[in-house]
Ligand binder design. Structure first.
Ligand code: ZN
Length: 327
């Protein structure tokens, strides 16, 4: 777990339920090579260890770097990950509970490993190399199939007492609202994740309201995606505009609550839909302004993420550079 102090290279690794991606960098941030393997999460932990290790090795081969010259690899994956790299829980990774993934991958690859929750590590990536590189404290939300959260306070990731911190998606913003995957009702995730957005648009056109999007997909609800809703909102489709405005409203309440609790310098919003532009951001910022304490809102920039899919990899790199005292 201690980094190899004589290592000249750093690896960032993003483990998802579908794919694992790794990239090799020099200590001053030059990208040398990449590797990508299917994770096969559904086949169980030993296959996951093998696949993640292969992604790391493929990146090292691509970069022409030997494992013994690597200072460390920082891995982000979904779920609750202890500082020792034991997975307490991870969605879409069956039988992973209690598995010491860090030490298994370390043994397999010969590379010193550190691990963190994927959104915590993405927040560290944005903090170090992305939108947050000139602030000391930030909150990050990722909007997608779920809603993830990450918090960096005074340069340190806040993981919580037992690796359950920053579950911003499970902040209740609408008591009694739509049911969440966690079993609760009205969580931010339940109100603004992918399926919630689609469901709201579908309910509107099924109630008989005219919609160019509904015509374009021949009224087949399962063909609708948040990206299509954003696209048709941009073309002035009223149903889609309202759907985006409602989504922005719920996210705005969540952001305001985080501003009121932490008084951060920045809130970063990532995930595909965060790139939707003013049709999302105007209602979102109206929500933030309405519910955030004025003085705290004034010093907080609410901005889209900059690193996109690379935030996790760059966060892994940052985690190792921090352990080396280099950032
Ligand atoms: Zn929830």
């Amino acid at each position: 777990m201690q980094p190899n102090l004589s290592g000249q290279y750093v690896v960032g690794v993003d483990v998802g339920g579908t794919n694992s991606r790794a990239a090799v960098f020099t200590l001053d941030g030059k990208r040398l090579g990449e590797g990508r393997e299917p994770t096969f999460a559904e086949r169980g932990p030993s296959v996951v260890v093998e696949q993640v290790s292969r992604a790391i090795e493929a990146a090292l081969t691509d970069a022409g770097v030997r494992a013994e010259d690597v200072a460390g690899a920082g891995i982000g994956m979904p779920g609750r990950i202890t500082p020792e790299g034991v997975v307490l829980w991870s969605p879409n990774f069956p039988d992973i509970e209690g598995v010491p993934l860090l030490s298994l991958i370390q043994e397999r690859t010969g590379v010193p490993i550190r691990m963190e929750n994927d959104v915590n590590i993405a927040a560290l990536g944005e903090f170090t190399f992305g939108a947050g590189r000139d602030v000391q404290s930030l909150v990050m939300l990722t909007l997608g199939t779920g809603i993830g959260g990450g918090i960096v306070l005074n340069g340190q990731v806040w993981s919580g007492a037992n690796a359950g911190g920053a579950e911003i998606g499970h902040m209740v913003v609408n008591p009694g609202g739509r049911q969440c995957g966690c079993g609760n009702h009205g969580c931010l995730e339940a109100m603004a994740q992918r399926d919630a957005i689609v469901e709201r648009a579908v309910l509107k056109f099924q109630s008989g309201r005219p919609s160019a999007l509904a015509e374009a997909v021949e009224y087949q609800a399962d063909r609708i995606t948040p990206a299509l809703i954003a696209e048709f909102a941009g073309k002035g489709d009223q149903v889609c505009l309202e759907t985006m405005a409602e989504t922005g409203h719920w996210v705005g309440i969540g952001v305001a609550n985080m501003i009121n609790i932490l008084n951060p310098e920045m809130v970063i919003i990532g995930g595909g839909i965060s790139q939707a532009g003013p049709i999302l951001w105007e209602p979102l910022m109206r929500g933030v302004r309405s519910y955030a304490i004025h003085e705290s809102f004034q010093v907080c920039r609410v901005v889209p993420a900059e690193l996109g899919d690379d935030a996790g990899i760059m966060g892994g790199v940052a985690m190792i550079l921090k352990a080396l005292g280099k950032c």
